[in-house]
Design a protein around this ligand. Structure first.
Ligand SMILES: NC(=O)c1ccc[n+]([C@@H]2O[C@H](COP(=O)([O-])OP(=O)(O)OC[C@H]3O[C@@H](n4cnc5c(N)ncnc54)[C@H](O)[C@@H]3O)[C@@H](O)[C@H]2O)c1
Length: 435
């Protein structure tokens, strides 16, 4: 059977490397489609959890994972040799930044070096990790063709970015447009055929480079627009105008405007990182991407803005941050999910630690938190807890929080997310980012 026939008959074996927020949902989706899936991760605990049918990613359905493992459609391993049996390999490993905000693609190169030792003719390899334009063709291709395989003939190589929006109930991997770009045209066509088996909407672009650039551009777009509205919030704070009222009013224009909302900063694995991948690559072309740098600067300043505004709020009550009981509400990087990576809330908390505030927090999605070697445990939200603090600081607007209770019982509320807008009680003691 040819590779394309194996894909169309779902008899191809699919390997997914990196079983995190992107890789595990993808592995389950492919197993549900009917492929046999080998998941590979270098973290033993994750591999053991999967093989016992235990889910650790909120976007994955517990029962579906258990069913796929029970029926042997999906199993996990730490042993790269197990990828020898694969006809398709999807790479979903992390792409962080170095401390100096330069791309760190060492996980991709490590995985590619391992795959290079075991690739055989008629295999499809797709990179799904977000990265700078050129990674698939300039970094992966030379490694994977070392053994003499011919790209577009017996090795098919493509880039297909992941667009998962964690916690989004409407748009999942299966119904979100999937971009596909091959290193050659047959590579793109092979990758397209593969994804068509599980995903309804595929958009094929002319090259892997276009797909890579599109993915980072999407995140630059968000970063720049969030920075614009964050800057507006700082201006509104000086003007004593409600920034959220301005955004709501502008949103009544039904063309040429799209609302973005300010907050204590940007978080997660994408928006704070990905734009810098493009900024770094641009320098190779004598171009300094000023929008990216400026957006990064404004967004990274927001936690500092929040802390200085908190100082002002306490100052008006003849208090200072040092020794104040600050109750942080919400520490994950966005509402209703359990991911605290790069969360602006944790950055705010670290800044408050430096000012010697007495910190506690409530977040049902993050039961424990370690910040600068200090371990915190999430508290139970209650009228007593609220009444005992000097300020309730809302940093992530989880929908499970009882905002009426928060406004009613906390002596002061600093709501950086406009989460208390629908509360009914008196709000003289509630400050927002700009009022
Ligand atoms: N999380 C998101 O919302 C999201 C959305 C779109 C794109 N992305 C991109 O997808 C990629 C993966 O992100 P993620 O959020 O899934 O990361 P993650 O940290 O949740 O998962 C990555 C997994 O890869 C494993 N891993 C790391 N190095 C490995 C190696 N050498 N061999 C085998 N396994 C290894 C880790 O143990 C981890 O389980 C990144 O490039 C990210 O930018 C993420």
């Amino acid at each position: 059977m040819t590779l394309i026939e194996k894909i169309q008959h779902h008899s191809a074996v699919v390997g997914v490397v990196g079983l995190g927020y992107v890789g595990l949902p993808l592995a389950v989706l492919q197993a549900k489609t009917g492929f046999h899936v080998v998941g590979l991760d270098d973290t033993v605990e994750k591999v053991d959890a999967i093989n016992q049918g235990n889910n650790y990613i909120s976007d994955v359905d517990d029962d579906e994972l258990r069913e796929m493992v029970k029926t042997k459609r999906l199993w996990a391993t730490t042993d790269f040799q197990e990828l020898r049996q694969c006809d398709v390999i999807l790479i979903c490993v992390p792409t962080p930044l170095t401390p100096n905000k330069e791309p760190d693609i060492s996980a991709i190169t490590k995985v590619a070096n391992n795959i290079a030792t075991l690739v055989r003719p008629n295999i499809l390899v797709v990179l799904e990790s977000t990265t700078y334009p050129g990674t698939t063709e300039d970094v992966l291709l030379p490694l994977l063709t070392q053994s003499g395989l011919k790209v577009g003939e017996n090795l098919f190589l493509a880039f297909s970015p992941e667009r998962v929006d964690p916690g989004n109930e409407t748009f999942r991997t299966s119904n979100t447009f999937k971009l596909v770009g091959g290193v050659t045209s047959p590579c793109g066509a092979m990758a397209r055929t593969f994804y068509e088996q599980s995903i309804t909407k595929i958009f094929q672009v002319s090259s892997a480079r276009v797909a890579e650039l599109t993915k980072v551009f999407e995140n630059v777009f968000r970063s720049v627009n969030i920075a614009l509205v964050n800057e507006l919030a700082i201006l509104c704070d000086r003007m004593e105008v409600d920034v959220f009222e301005v955004i709501d009013a502008a949103s009544t224009k039904n063309f040429g405007f799209m609302p973005f909302y300010p907050g204590p900063g940007v978080g997660g694995h994408c928006i704070p990182l990905d734009p810098y991948y493009l900024a770094w690559k641009s320098k190779e072309y004598d171009l300094h991407t000023r929008f990216i740098e400026l957006a990064g600067e404004i967004n990274e300043n927001m936690p500092y803005f929040v802390v200085s505004k908190l100082q002002r709020i306490l100052n008006r009550r003849r208090q200072c941050v040092k020794g104040a009981n600050i109750l942080v509400l919400g520490v994950t990087y966005k509402a209703d999910i359990g991911d605290s990576r790069q969360s602006p809330a944790t950055k705010v908390m670290e800044l408050l630690q430096k000012e010697e505030a007495l910190l506690s927090y409530v977040d049902p999605y993050a039961p424990e938190l370690l910040l600068n070697s200090i371990a915190y445990k999430s508290q139970e939200l209650s009228p007593v807890l609220l009444a005992e603090c000097d300020c309730a600081l809302i940093l992530t607007a989880h929908s499970v929080f009882d905002y009426n209770m928060i406004v009613q019982h906390a002596p002061v509320v600093f709501d950086t997310r406009n989460a208390t807008r629908h509360t009914t009680s008196k709000k003289d003691h509630v400050a927002s980012l700009s009022t």
